[in-house]
Each structure stands twice: as structure tokens, then as C-alpha cells.
Design a protein. Structure first.
Length: 490
């Protein structure tokens, strides 16, 4: 699934007006518009349903544990993603059951298009595998998922709603008492209210990053940030914009830094996820995990018993979803594909990828540009030993490690060997030794710091009138400091 890069490395050297033209405009003049119900002023403009959604979003009493709500894993101060530092969140009746995937940011999620698949290429849909047809369908599922809010069914959710005085009163004022007669409908109403909140509240679509103000001519990117943008767009170097467009697309008046497509990039297996263990147990109290999905499409000769294969399973659309996407468990060509996430606020939404395998942007980019420079002999036609000439960013010579930290037999070790052909290998920055580019990473350590510096400009909350008041996230400060030291040395 090859995509085309958008701009060259010369971008950062052009005047602002020319840069804006290349990036499809600096404010105004767009041919697309945001959805109609997107107030931009304050939460005071929310509809009654959205105000109810705000209440439900933070009501921990609606969970079996009494300690978990949507806001537990989607914290406003961190772009509505988790802040516990775990690869996957904990949930369940006793908050001791680990999930299967990293909690994604909900900021800008309402702009996601419906799921479609044309000529084998998928786009859109909600959750990391597009299995929910809408924000509401997505919001409904955590209430009745065993390792999340852990209610047994819709009736249990409604019982908890009736016991929550503030939420119950608001619900009745919006939907009426008769809506409670059918618990399934009541739960759908609750989910619709949460979706209205995620759509209407300005905190879910602020477009207040330094990058946004730069496009409006109200802020200046530093030299290193402009260099990072150039590398980000350069089809021969970073080529990040091939999947994370820095230009406006048809989904918004703003660049969303995702094209909502799906890709299999061969992300390493994360051994911090309990489901990946041969006998998975809770990391909290050792209880056996009985909710791990049973997979029917794992080849018998696979190295491990459990894999998260994205579009083709193991998770499937909910039976209550009114417009479910197809089930792709038998379409093994899609195995390993996950939806491309937005890079907006990426500096504060660690850990990264669907499995949270990397904790920093530095690790992410180092892996991207050296993915196939490794010493995993099982399926690498040109393994390279650790040390000089090998992977300069992985101490053991590979990012693909077994549970003990030693190099795994296979690269792409979070994918059955039989599905290796699904991995995107023909596109920069993926440069396997048998492709043009040989063993050399497409970005140097200094280049990586520059790209990180640019990615940090995508963090919302920048005030162009008081730029010094904005505190860069720690990993951003480290990248900028390293770039400054390099510049001084030169």
C-alpha cells in the first residue's frame, strides 16, 4: 500500500506565503467545512445532550468498580488519552484486568469518516480497527466490556445510571423517563450524548497548536522546527506526510495529520501486554485472564498463540452496532493493518502505536528509520549483527525482541510469519537491505531531533501572544536541547 509524499525538503527554506500555498493555505479559503454542530466559543454553547454527555463522560459510578469512567483513560489535559504510563489501561470490576490496546486520543476523533473499503484499501471507522460505525457506537462499548467498565449488560448500566442522582436527573431531562423502559435503547441514548459532547465541546477540536498559529501568520517556527517539517514532508527522508498529511484533506479545514487509512507497518510485539504471554494473568494480582479473544485465523506454525491483527481480528463489531463494518477474520491480506492515527498532540499522548510498545517519539522514529536493519534471522533475508554496521539505535541489534529482551527469531514478531507479505516494505522510510537505500537509516540522530521538534509544534494550548508561557513536554525539551548543542558544535 504505497502512498505518495507531498512536499520536498526545500519546504522549510521558502517564505511563509509560499509555505502556506504548499500546505494548502494559511487560514481561510478552504473548500471544506467542519460539521455544522461544532461550536468554537466555550462549553456554555453545548446542547442539552452534550451537557449530559459531559456528565456521563466523568461519572465513575457507572462502572462495575465504581472507579472508572471515560475520563479515566481519556484525560482532558493529555489530549483525552491515558496518563497512567501503562501500555494498555486497567479495568474490570476490581480495576485489575489489563486491556488489549493502548487508549487512543479522542481529540479530533469526531472528524473520522465512516468506514469504507475500496479495492482492498480501508479508510475510516472508529476504534483502531474501525469496527465501530460512529462515535456513539464507540462510546457505548466500554460500558459493557469485561476489561473496561465491566457491566454485564445494558440493564446493569441503566441500573447504575438510576443510582447516580446527577446523571439520572440530566438523562431524564434530555430523553425522558420512558427512555429507560428499554435498557438497550437507554444505553444507546447515553452513548449518543457522549458523542454529542465529543463533537461539540471545543476541547475536542481546539486547533490551537503552534503549527496552527504559524499557518495563520501569528507564530514563527524556529529553524530546527522548520527543518523538522521539511524532513517530515521529504519523500526521500522522513516521508511522514505520506500517511500523516501536513496539508488539508477533505475531512476538515485544517490539516489533521492522518489520512484515516490503514497500514501494516510491522510494529514490534510489546511484552508488557499480558495477552501476549503464553499464560496471560493480571499484572496486579495474578488472576487468569479469561476474556482474551479466541482467534481462528492464526496459522498453526506461528511463533506465538495470540496476535492482535487489527482489521482481521481478534475484535469484531458489536452486535448492537446499527451499521457494522464487515468482519474480516477470513480476509488475511488485511491482517496486521491498523488505522493511521493523528499526530496532533503526539508529544503528550505516549505510549505509541496500538500496542503502546514505545514510550518516546525518539524510539518511534529510530525504529521507523531502521526497522529492517536487524539481526532477526527467521524472516530477514539480510540479518545484520549488532555492533558497527548494524542498527545504530537498538542496543541488541534489533527492536524485535523476545520476552527476555534478546533478539526474537522473527522481525515483525507481532505478526504470524505467514502474513509477512502484508507488511509495508516498499515505501520510505522503510528501506529493507534489499531495497534502495541499503543499510543506511534515512534520518540521522540530529534529523530525528529536528522531526521531534516539529512534531511538538502540533501540541494544542499554544498562546501566540504569550509564547514563553507554553511549557514544552519533556521529550520536546530534550530534542530541542540536543539540536541546539549540535548547531553550536557545527
Amino acid at each position: 500500500m504505497t502512498k505518495t509524499g507531498a512536499a520536498s525538503s526545500a519546504v522549510a527554506l521558502l517564505p511563509l506565503a509560499t509555505l502556506c500555498a504548499l500546505l494548502s493555505g494559511c487560514g481561510g479559503g478552504s473548500t471544506t467545512t467542519e460539521p455544522a454542530a461544532t461550536p468554537q466559543a466555550s462549553s456554555e454553547t453545548l446542547s442539552p445532550a452534550a451537557k449530559l454527555g459531559d456528565q456521563l463522560f466523568s461519572d465513575t459510578s457507572l462502572s462495575a468498580s465504581g472507579r472508572q469512567a471515560c475520563s479515566t483513560c481519556h484525560v482532558p489535559s493529555h489530549a483525552y488519552t491515558a496518563t497512567d504510563g501503562l501500555s494498555v489501561p486497567l479495568g474490570g470490576p476490581d480495576l485489575n484486568l489489563p486491556g488489549l490496546r493502548n487508549a487512543p486520543s479522542l481529540v479530533y476523533a469526531f472528524l473520522t469518516p465512516p468506514f469504507t473499503i475500496v479495492a482492498g484499501s480501508a479508510t475510516g471507522g472508529f476504534f483502531r480497527d474501525g469496527r465501530a460505525s460512529s462515535l456513539a457506537a464507540q462510546a457505548e462499548q466500554p460500558f459493557v466490556t469485561a476489561f473496561e467498565m465491566a457491566n454485564q449488560n445494558a440493564a446493569e448500566v441503566v441500573a447504575r445510571l438510576q443510582a447516580s442522582s446527577a446523571s439520572f436527573a440530566q438523562f431524564v431531562s434530555v430523553y425522558g423517563a420512558d427512555a429507560l423502559n428499554d435498557p438497550a435503547i437507554a444505553l444507546q441514548d447515553m452513548a449518543q450524548a457522549i458523542a454529542a459532547y465529543e463533537t461539540e465541546d471545543p476541547s475536542f477540536h481546539p486547533f490551537s497548536s503552534k503549527f496552527d498559529f504559524w499557518l495563520q501568520g501569528k507564530a514563527q517556527l524556529s529553524t530546527v522546527e522548520q527543518r523538522g517539517l521539511a524532513l517530515f514532508n521529504d519523500p526521500t527522508r522522513g516521508n511522514c506526510t505520506a500517511c500523516h498529511p501536513s496539508q488539508r484533506q477533505g475531512y476538515s479545514e485544517h490539516a489533521l495529520f492522518t489520512d484515516f487509512t490503514y497500514d501494516n507497518i510491522g510494529v514490534p510485539r510489546n511484552w508488557k501486554i499480558a495477552a501476549n504471554d503464553p499464560e496471560p494473568v493480571s499484572p496486579v494480582n495474578g488472576v487468569a485472564l479469561t476474556y482474551i479473544p479466541v482467534e481462528t485465523n492464526i496459522p498453526a506454525d506461528s511463533e506465538y498463540a495470540y496476535y492482535d491483527l487489527g482489521l482481521c481480528g481478534p475484535l469484531a463489531p458489536a452486535l448492537t452496532d446499527l451499521h457494522p463494518r464487515p468482519v474480516f477474520s477470513a480476509t488475511t491480506t488485511l491482517c496486521g493493518q491498523f488505522k493511521v492515527p493523528t499526530l496532533r498532540n503526539i508529544a503528550i499522548t505516549a505510549p505509541y502505536f496500538h500496542n503502546g510498545v514505545f514510550d518516546t517519539l525518539k524510539e518511534v522514529i529510530e525504529w521507523y528509520v531502521t526497522r529492517d536493519i536487524n539481526n532477526n534471522t527467521g524472516n530477514n533475508p539480510n540479518p545484520v549483527p549488532a555492533g558497527p554496521g548494524g542498527n545504530p539505535y537498538a542496543a541488541v541489534g534489533s527492536f524485535y525482541t523476545a520476552a527476555d529482551g534478546a533478539p526474537d527469531l522473527f522481525e515483525y514478531n507481532d505478526l504470524p510469519f505467514d502474513f509477512d507479505a502484508n507488511v509495508n516494505v516498499g515505501e520510505v522510510p522503510y528501506t529493507p537491505p534489499t531495497f534502495a537505500g541499503g543499510q543506511a537509516p534515512t534520518l540521522s540522530a540530529d534529523d530525528i531531533n529536528a522531526v521531534i521538534a516539529f512534531l511538538c509544534t502540533l501540541t494544542d494550548g499554544y498562546d501566540p501572544d504569550h509564547p514563553a508561557a507554553y511549557t514544552l513536554p519533556a521529550q520536546c525539551q530534550a530534542a530541542v536541547a540536543a539540536s541546539s548543542q549540535t548547531s553550536e558544535a557545527q
